[in-house]
Design a protein around this ligand. Structure first.
Ligand code: ZN
Length: 545
C-alpha cells in the first residue's frame, strides 16, 4: 500500500513548472475520517516528517489498483504533490479563478471524458464534469493540463484543490454548494405561498422563485408544463422539498431536485434545465417519454404520477399510500347498464330499474369531454370558435346525465371526500382514422370559487349536503396550434405549443410560462386559451371568499 504526496510550501509549488518530479510513498492508508482534525500538514512540513494522508473512496480505489499493478518510474514522474490542507495563509488560493457564470449543475452528472456517473466532480473554473480526483483521474489530468484547480464533488458537495488534493472549506463557496442541491429549511418552505419574494440572478435579472423558465432542450415543452403545474401543488411541493429521499429511486430524487431548483431563491440563473429528470424518465419509460419527441402532457402526467407513487413505496392496490394519492386521488361511482338490442333511439340512454351495475373507481385525473365542435362559419367566412362553460362539461359527473359508451349506458358521480387537488383533463384530441383531430372549443371558467358540490353524491356523515365545495384554480396548461410552413407536406403543418399559467399566491397574480419565457397573465382572460389540463385546489374554509 502506498500513500502519496506531502504538504509543500507554496514557494516550492510555484517554483515547479510541471508536475512533481518525485512522488512520496508512505506506509499505510488511513481513513480520512480518522485523520480529520489530526492537525497534519501546517504547510511547512516535508514529506519525510509528515506523510500526507489521502482517504476518499476514489483515491483508495486507485491506491489499491496501483498496489496491484505496481508503479514504474514514469508514473512516479507524472504525479503532482498531494496536500492534506492548504498552505497556511493561502487557503483561498485559486478561489478567484472560480467562474460562477459558467457553472450549471442541471445536466446529468457524467464525466465529460469517461461518461461515467460515479464520483463526478465539476471544475469550478470552466464548469465541465470530470471523474475522480486521485492521481490518474480525469479531474486530476484536467487540473494539470488546463491549469484549472478548484473542483466540487457533486455528491458530497466538498470542494477540493487539484492536483494538490486538499479540501477547501471557505464560506465563500457556500453559494455554489447551494446551487448543486438547493434546499430550504421548513419554515421557509412553509412561507413560499404567503411571503412575496423577489430574487436576482448572477447577472442581476429579477425573478420570482417558483416562477422561472424551464429549458426546452429539444421537444420537452409537454414535460415542462407538467413539472411547473406539479411544483405548484403545495403539499406535493413541500413533501419533495423537505423529505429525505436518498433511499428512493432516481425518479423521486431527481423530481425533488427539480422542484427545489424551481423554488431556489438564490439561483445563479433564472431558469432550470430539467435534463437529469428527463434522462431518468426516458430510461424508466423505455423512451416513451423523452426530450426529443413531443408527447401529450396528460399521457405523461398519468405515467409520471403512477411511477412517482411507486417510487415513493406506494402500494399498487391499497389507496392513499403515498403523498401522490393523498393529494390527487378521489373516488367515483360508475353506474352502467347494457343497452338492449330492442332499445330505440329515445331509450338508449334511459336507465331501466333492474340490472344496473354499480362500480366504485378511483381516479387521479378526471376527463371532461367537449361537445362536438360545429364547423360553421360566419358570413365573413371566419371560423367561429365555440365556447362551453366548465360547469357544463363537469355535468358528466352529476350522476343524472347518462352517456353512451360502446353498447353500455353509463352515469358517473364523484364521491366524498373529494381530494385536496383535482386534475381536469379537457379532452380535445382524438385519434380518428389515423388522423389526430383537435376540438378547438374554448372552456370558460372562473379562476376562483368553482363549486364542486353538484357533482358529488351527498353523504351528510362526511360533508353537509347543503354546503358548496369550493375549489380555486392553481395551474392551467394551455394548448396552441401554431401553423408553420412545412415542405414535407403540402402547405402548412400544425405544431403544438404548450404553456402553463400559474397562480402566484404570494404576489396575488398570474404568470404564464412557456419554456424560458415568463410573463404576467390576466386572471380575467385565462379562459380565452385552449385549456387542456387544470389543477384545482380545494379551499380549506368552506365559506366563499
Ligand atoms: Zn476546467
Amino acid at each position: 500500500m502506498s500513500k502519496r504526496g506531502a504538504a509543500e510550501s507554496l514557494e516550492e509549488l510555484a517554483a515547479r513548472e510541471s508536475p512533481a518530479p518525485k512522488r512520496v510513498r508512505v506506509e499505510d492508508v488511513v481513513d480520512e475520517t480518522y485523520t480529520n482534525g489530526n492537525g497534519l500538514s501546517n504547510g511547512t512540513s516535508n514529506a519525510e516528517s509528515t506523510p500526507d494522508i489521502v482517504g476518499a473512496a476514489d483515491e483508495l480505489e486507485e491506491e489499491l489498483g496501483e498496489a496491484a499493478g505496481g508503479l514504474d518510474d514514469e508514473e512516479n514522474q507524472a504525479a503532482a504533490p498531494r496536500q492534506k490542507a492548504p498552505t497556511e495563509g493561502y487557503d483561498d488560493l485559486y478561489l478567484d479563478t472560480v467562474n460562477r457564470s459558467l457553472l450549471d449543475f442541471d445536466f446529468e452528472k457524467l464525466c465529460s471524458v469517461t461518461l461515467s456517473n460515479i464520483n463526478v466532480y465539476a471544475c469550478l473554473v470552466c464548469g465541465k464534469y470530470y471523474q475522480g480526483r486521485g492521481p490518474k483521474s480525469q479531474a486530476y489530468f484536467h487540473a494539470l493540463e488546463d491549469d484549472h484547480h478548484v473542483y466540487i464533488n457533486l455528491e458530497s458537495k466538498k470542494v477540493y484543490v487539484l492536483p494538490e488534493g486538499y479540501e477547501v472549506k471557505s464560506k465563500s463557496l457556500e453559494d455554489i454548494k447551494f446551487q448543486v442541491d438547493p434546499s430550504l429549511p421548513k419554515d421557509e418552505v412553509n412561507k413560499l405561498d404567503t411571503e412575496p419574494k423577489n430574487a436576482w440572478d448572477l447577472i442581476g435579472r429579477k425573478y420570482i422563485p417558483g416562477y422561472i423558465g424551464m429549458n426546452n432542450i429539444k421537444a420537452n415543452d409537454y414535460f415542462n408544463v407538467v413539472m411547473h403545474a406539479l411544483s405548484h401543488v403545495a403539499p406535493l411541493r413541500n413533501y419533495f422539498m423537505l423529505e429525505n429521499l436518498k433511499e428512493k429511486s432516481q425518479l423521486a430524487q431527481r423530481f425533488s431536485t427539480l422542484v427545489r431548483k424551481v423554488w431556489n431563491p438564490r439561483a445563479f440563473k433564472a431558469h432550470v434545465s430539467p435534463h437529469e429528470l428527463l434522462q431518468a424518465i426516458a430510461l424508466q419509460s423505455g423512451k416513451k417519454f423523452n426530450l426529443t419527441e413531443q408527447s401529450d402532457p396528460v399521457e405523461f402526467l398519468s405515467w409520471f404520477l403512477n411511477n412517482l407513487h411507486l417510487a415513493l413505496g406506494g402500494s399498487k392496490t391499497k389507496p392513499g399510500t403515498s403523498v401522490v394519492q393523498k393529494v390527487f386521488q378521489g373516488k367515483l361511482k360508475v353506474e352502467s347498464q347494457q343497452i338492449t338490442a330492442r332499445a330505440d333511439a329515445g331509450d338508449r340512454l334511459r336507465f331501466e330499474d333492474d340490472h344496473v351495475k354499480t362500480d366504485i373507481q378511483r381516479f387521479m385525473i378526471l376527463t371532461l369531454d367537449l361537445p362536438a365542435a360545429p364547423l360553421f362559419q360566419d358570413e365573413l367566412d371566419r371560423n367561429i370558435i365555440p365556447q362551453v362553460p366548465l360547469t357544463t362539461i363537469l355535468s358528466k359527473y352529476d350522476g343524472l346525465r347518462a352517456q353512451e359508451r360502446l353498447n353500455t349506458r353509463v352515469r358517473y358521480r364523484l364521491l366524498h371526500p373529494l381530494p385536496p387537488y383535482l386534475l381536469f383533463h379537457i379532452k380535445r384530441f382524438s385519434q380518428n382514422k389515423f388522423v389526430s383531430e383537435r376540438n378547438p372549443t374554448i372552456v370558460t371558467f372562473p379562476v376562483r370559487s368553482l363549486d364542486m358540490s353538484p357533482y358529488v353524491e351527498p353523504n351528510p356523515s362526511i360533508f353537509p349536503a347543503s354546503e358548496p365545495i369550493w375549489y380555486d384554480l392553481v395551474a392551467n396548461i394551455i394548448h396552441e396550434a401554431v401553423r408553420t410552413r412545412d415542405d414535407s407536406v403540402e402547405g402548412e403543418a400544425e405544431r403544438k405549443v404548450w404553456r402553463v399559467q400559474l397562480r402566484d399566491k404570494a404576489h396575488d397574480q398570474w404568470l404564464q410560462v412557456q419554456d424560458l419565457f415568463v410573463e404576467n397573465a390576466s386572471a380575467d382572460t385565462l379562459f380565452t386559451k385552449e385549456s387542456y389540463l387544470q389543477v384545482w385546489e380545494r379551499r380549506r374554509t368552506p365559506r366563499k371568499a
